[in-house]
Design a protein around this ligand. Structure first.
Ligand SMILES: NC(=O)c1ccc[n+]([C@@H]2O[C@H](COP(=O)([O-])OP(=O)(O)OC[C@H]3O[C@@H](n4cnc5c(N)ncnc54)[C@H](OP(=O)(O)O)[C@@H]3O)[C@@H](O)[C@H]2O)c1
Length: 332
């Protein structure tokens, strides 16, 4: 049985859900994949860090860690002694830092890196891939778009020699839930507050409402699946602030719904990439994707149209994408 030492950098909603999932899947990993693991390090931003080469007990973790010998996140990566780093710190849409440098440091030390953080993917993908290849390890990021739904691994493993021509979908849960709530009679502010109350929108909801989260997901898909580096700043972006309850009600009367649509279309070596609200007719599969669910429709040169729908995602599904990355990375 192959044994792997794992480290967590970032231990918030996703890191904790992943710890729970690893406990739940320990037996499956052993029996179905001949993999055992121990966790040798956990680090946060403001709640300390811990390293234990003999393995940390995931079942009895506190919320604060206190190893004063660890100076910072880079010192943690250097000392954690892991074979694989889960990088799940907060996303920085503009630069991808410090997650990008975290990933580089870990790869340079010969660790696989699996992340749900979109920053490194859109701000340093090629460098990270080159470094991973040079070190004989993997940089995987399944959970960066549509949580744990298999998108990147689908193109990487299951449809070789395909070309992605275009995609279109709903990739931001918060705006989709806001639009659903407007249909149910909420004002815009009430809908935003509901999203904050259920824990999917931040105190400052502008990252979602103004389309930044959607734009960084479009960038990640274009960068990785179309092979065209694209920054979120280069996506033609419009959020949902101008959509009123009256517009939503009128659309429904016409049998249509507003959705914040993410799309990209290859144009030779270039790409036209967009985030904007669109009226979707009831004949489209996108029409019935409500609340926090999401959908993406891919058009490829081999399979025509192919859609993936994800119902009610959350940190638990994001955690599964990371666990799948772990298995795929170590199985090579
Ligand atoms: N939530 C989801 O379902 C979901 C879905 C897809 C992708 N993601 C991505 O997954 C990542 C984690 O999301 P989350 O929901 O778990 O966020 P979160 O609950 O805010 O947790 C973030 C974690 O990262 C730590 N952290 C922040 N900056 C750090 C730094 N510079 N060095 C070390 N640790 C740092 C935080 O520590 P402190 O709390 O001590 O500051 C915390 O432990 C994000 O990039 C997010 O965009 C999340």
């Amino acid at each position: 049985m192959a044994h792997y030492k794992l480290a967590f950098l970032g231990f918030g909603n996703v890191g904790r859900a992943l710890a729970e999932l690893l406990i739940r899947k320990e037996k499956d990993l052993k029996e179905k994949h001949d993999i055992s693991f121990s966790v040798t390090g956990i680090a946060t931003g403001r709640h300390g860090a811990v390293i234990n080469q003999n393995g940390i007990d995931l079942e009895s973790l506190s919320t604060d860690f206190g190893d004063n010998a660890i100076k910072d996140s880079f010192d943690f990566i250097q000392k954690c002694g892991a074979d694989l780093l889960f990088e799940n710190t907060s996303v920085n849409h503009k630069t991808g830092q410090p997650a990008l440098d975290h990933a580089k440091k870990a790869l340079d030390l010969g660790m696989h890196v699996c992340t749900a953080n979109k920053g490194p993917v859109v701000h340093g993908y090629k460098d990270l891939l080159d470094l991973a290849e040079a070190k004989g390890v993997r940089f995987y990021h399944e959970s960066t778009v549509m949580d744990g739904a298999p998108i990147f691994s689908l193109f990487r493993e299951s449809i070789p020699a395909s070309n992605l021509l275009s995609f279109k979908g709903v990739l931001n849960s918060t705006t989709n839930l806001i639009l659903s709530r407007l249909e149910q009679g909420d004002s815009f502010d009430e809908a935003v507050k509901h999203c904050q109350d259920v824990g999917i929108a931040e105190t400052d909801p502008s990252g979602d409402v103004d389309g930044w989260d959607a734009a960084i997901k479009v960038s990640a898909l274009v960068t990785v699946l179309m092979g065209i580096p694209l920054k979120p700043q280069d996506v033609n972006r419009e959020g949902i602030r101008n959509i009123t309850p009256e517009m939503v009600a009128d659309a429904l009367k016409d049998g249509k719904r507003y959705k914040l649509i993410c799309s990209a279309e290859r144009d030779g070596d270039k790409v036209i990439a967009k985030v904007s609200p669109e009226l979707i007719p009831s004949t489209s599969p996108i029409f019935s994707v409500e609340g926090t669910s999401s959908i993406v429709e891919f058009r490829t040169d081999v399979l025509g149209d192919l859609s993936i729908v994800e119902k009610d995602p959350g940190p638990h599904t994001t955690a599964y994408g990371l666990l799948a990355d772990f298995v795929n990375a170590v199985k090579g």
